[in-house]
Design a protein around this ligand. Structure first.
Ligand code: ZN
Length: 404
């Protein structure tokens, strides 16, 4: 449909400085968008009324053919858009079959009934609120002449996030990493709850998010994994790299064939913590010896050789001996935390590599955790609020979620 506009507008402007001009324009475009939208929906509505079959139907009797106009200038209704709120005079028709009167404004705009914000706009606000703080989102939009309050953005984040579901992709790699990070929760000192993330490695490199949940520390992994079991089963074996005690995954290991592999990237970092617990002086001889040993044990370069498997097995055996020696060393020096940590991790040290599954020594999960923390640390959260926000955030950064 071709439409011609005539827009008469009078301004009272004090000077021609750019800022003054832009401010005046901003004011004008508010009026213009209302007039513009009103004219377009009216022209279309008039055209629809001449068609036999209408693109709307009576809410009472489902008739979609015979209607008469009640009004084209009904009461004002407000619709929030990404540009600014639009105020429209409602278009109302009467059903000739049953006499029911109803508004067709939202229906012909392609919006849900009685909703002030379209799904698409909610998604946009949701993404903005997930990428930056509510305060910054409000501020930046205001600078562009869009007055949206923090609550609208907050609600959009909750709605958008609650509709995002993660799953394992059977077409990507049969391995992933599980990790958790503390989230500041309202009413609790320090980091009240743990955000648990399960990332799956992609064939072309990099990772995608396969699961996300929030809850108590080290608990509730089964809740995260249960919905994913069906897709994990599609892999003959699934390699799960973790940085902690694998006993917390016990309930999952009973259902699918999972090979656990300790994250070799995390081990030297965690070792420093246990050395501190055992009161081993930083940069002392003991401290340097243990760190050097553990770094050497964890460092497994990928080997490109036709006899790779045999070579890897030899390397693993030698590293296992080295680990055994290190545990004895810690034990004989009464380093209780270090000893128990290494003993606990021992069974899962080389399991992935031994099963010919590439054991990566870099942590992708670590970067995902930073993506969470950048935003999570800028506030205190309700568990559901933090979960919804991070669902959007991670879906955007890792799973291709986007809005135009
Ligand atoms: Zn009707």
């Amino acid at each position: 449909m071709k439409l011609k506009f005539e827009f008469n507008y009078t301004i009272d402007i004090q000077d021609c400085k750019l800022n003054t001009v832009l401010a005046a324009f901003n004011e004008m475009k508010t009026d213009l968008l209302n007039i513009f939208t009103q004219k377009i929906i009216e022209e279309f509505a008039n055209a629809y009324m001449t068609q036999k079959i209408k693109p709307f139907a009576c809410e009472q009797c489902n008739n979609n053919e015979s209607f008469i106009w009640k009004t084209r200038h009904g009461k004002l209704t407000k619709i929030i858009t990404i540009l600014q709120p639009v105020f429209l005079r409602q278009l109302q028709v009467e059903c000739k079959k049953c006499g029911h009167k109803f508004y067709i404004t939202r229906s012909i705009l392609g919006l849900e009934r009685r909703k002030r914000v379209s799904k698409d706009t909610i998604k946009k606000f949701g993404l903005i609120g997930a990428l930056t703080t509510y305060r910054v989102a409000e501020k930046i939009m205001k600078m562009f002449g869009i007055a949206i309050d923090k609550m609208t953005i907050w609600r959009a984040v909750q709605k958008t996030g609650s509709e995002i579901e993660f799953d394992v992709d059977p077409n990507e790699e049969g391995r992933g990493e599980a990790d958790g990070t503390g989230i500041p929760i309202r009413g609790i000192k320090k980091r009240g709850q743990e955000m648990k993330v399960f990332v799956q490695h992609k064939k072309g490199g990099g990772v995608r998010i396969a699961g996300l949940s929030i809850g108590k520390y080290d608990r509730g992994w089964d809740k995260l994994f249960n919905p994913l079991i069906e897709n994990i089963k599609k892999f003959p074996k699934f390699l799960l790299v973790t940085d902690g005690d694998t006993s917390i995954f016990k309930s999952i290991a009973d259902k699918v064939d999972i090979i656990f592999q300790r994250c070799l990237w995390h081990i030297p970092h965690q070792m420093k913590y246990y050395l501190w617990q055992d009161k081993v002086k930083r940069k002392s001889d003991h401290w340097f010896y243990i760190l050097a040993e553990i770094l050497s044990i964890c460092n497994i370069k990928s080997i490109q050789d036709e006899d790779r498997d045999e070579i890897i097995e030899k390397i693993i055996r030698s590293k296992e001996k080295q680990l055994e020696k290190l545990i004895e060393y810690c034990e004989s020096n009464s380093m209780k935390s270090c000893t128990s940590y290494l003993n606990n991790a021992k069974p899962d040290f080389f399991s992935g590599i031994r099963n010919k599954l590439k054991g990566k020594t870099t942590s992708h999960a670590e970067r995902v955790m930073r993506t969470i923390n950048y935003r999570a640390n800028a506030g205190k959260w309700s568990p559901a609020g933090a979960l919804n926000l991070n669902k959007i955030r991670l879906a955007y950064y890792y799973n291709g979620f986007d809005v135009q």
